[in-house]
Design a protein around this ligand. Structure first.
Ligand SMILES: NC(=O)C1=CN([C@@H]2O[C@H](COP(=O)(O)OP(=O)(O)OC[C@H]3O[C@@H](n4cnc5c(N)ncnc54)[C@H](OP(=O)(O)O)[C@@H]3O)[C@@H](O)[C@H]2O)C=CC1
Ligand SMILES: CC(=O)N[C@@H](CCC(=O)OP(=O)(O)O)C(=O)O
Length: 325
């Protein structure tokens, strides 16, 4: 069976990773690529290592009225740039939006695929979670659903590789000289990912996510997100690990580890690692989560969601092991 897919934003980091995954997918056939500045270029010019059967595909100027026959469209456009165009895509084309325009927007399912896979079946519009939210929420979901922690006053300390900022952008923070041998906090108090994290914490717990704190830091590495989360709860490390192992028992992509996870464990994969340390005497739970920001944080989860909405095994095209070292 061949499912015809397209990618708009293919020249970017998220779109390029989607291209890489689709190139190795057993059912998806890439028939359409689109963008803005890269329009007119062949894929081999953007990605010299692309498989020969895709090399000659020419990037089209993004125009939702000029789509070929498509089953699924992956959108990987700058947040703020996808809503208007995607609203004009014919209803018969399923969409997975990797950007941030449709998270918790009416008519769009929030694609936290490892937590609510059954809710993806039958959807035609899926909003992929952000990279920090998926690392965070996959770690917190078992504890919130199992009432092991309080939903209020959660503190998330996050680290991200530079590719999280995308390929574009002239900001010198993301240049080699600006990022190498350097650590930079940013987005304090008001990062755009806070609303989707708060909403999902409330969905999972049934309580209020008041007092949420989230501080990301840029780290001089290419890929990877690590979140270290502090919460209140009267539980033990073993209870947290057991609860998470049960919660994710049937899930293909979440690994519960008794060692603190490392970003390289996930590189190039759709895996999500979670671990915990808890001290009931201090009413303290530390939850940790790791993803590849371009894998589970973007294109990997987008392909997982596309598999789910197309009725394929959710692991199709995503079974490769991470890159190591
Ligand atoms: N990088 C990451 O780790 C993650 C990114 N995301 C989200 O995914 C989205 C894409 O991010 P990322 O790949 O990093 O960004 P990049 O800057 O690397 O790529 C942006 C892409 O958007 C295209 N584009 C920009 N403006 C237009 C336009 N007006 N019309 C058509 N295409 C356009 C560019 O095409 P062209 O070159 O042809 O102009 C390019 O392919 C963003 O919303 C981002 O927040 C989500 C999770 C993680
Ligand atoms: C390093 C860096 O800048 N990372 C981005 C995260 C990318 C992402 O997930 O963004 P969307 O919500 O727009 O999809 C950020 O902090 O905004």
């Amino acid at each position: 069976m061949s499912i015809r897919v397209g990618i708009v934003g293919i020249s970017g980091f998220g779109g390029g990773e989607a291209m890489r995954l689709i190139a190795g997918h057993p059912a998806f056939e890439l028939v359409y690529a689109a963008g803005e500045g890269s329009a007119g270029r062949r894929l081999v010019e953007l990605f010299p290592g692309v498989p020969p059967r895709l090399a000659g595909l020419v990037v089209q100027k993004w125009d939702p009225e000029a789509l070929p026959e498509l089953d699924v469209l992956f959108a990987s456009l700058p947040t703020g740039s996808s809503a208007e165009g995607l609203a004009r895509v014919p209803a018969g084309v399923k969409i997975v939006d990797i950007g941030g325009d449709h998270r918790y927007v009416d008519g769009w399912a929030y694609g936290l695929a490892d937590v609510w896979p059954e809710q993806m079946a039958g959807q035609t519009r899926v909003a992929n979670p952000g990279c920090f939210p998926v690392a965070t929420l996959n770690a917190l979901a078992p504890l919130l659903a199992g009432k092991l922690i309080e939903p209020g006053n959660i503190i998330i300390d996050a680290k991200t590789g530079i590719s999280g900022a995308g390929r574009g952008g002239a900001d010198s923070r993301f240049s080699y000289a600006g990022s190498n041998e350097n650590l930079q906090p940013y987005g304090l108090l008001k990062h755009t990912h806070m609303p989707e994290m708060a909403t999902t914490i409330e969905r999972l717990s049934g309580g209020k996510a008041d007092g949420l704190v989230f501080t990301p830091h840029l780290v001089p590495m290419t890929r990877g997100v690590l979140v270290t989360i502090y919460a209140r709860g009267q539980t033990t490390t073993e209870q947290c690990l057991d609860t998470a192992r049960q919660f994710y028992a049937d899930r293909a992509f979440v690994r519960v580890t008794d060692q603190p996870p490392q970003t390289k464990w996930a590189t190039g994969s759709n895996l999500s690692f979670v671990s915990y340390a808890a001290d009931p005497a201090r009413d303290l739970v530390i939850a940790m989560g790791v993803v590849d920001n371009l894998g589970k944080g973007a294109a990997g989860q987008a392909v997982q969601n596309a598999n789910l909405i197309c009725g394929l095994p959710e692991t199709a095209g995503l079974e490769g092991a991470p890159v190591w070292p």
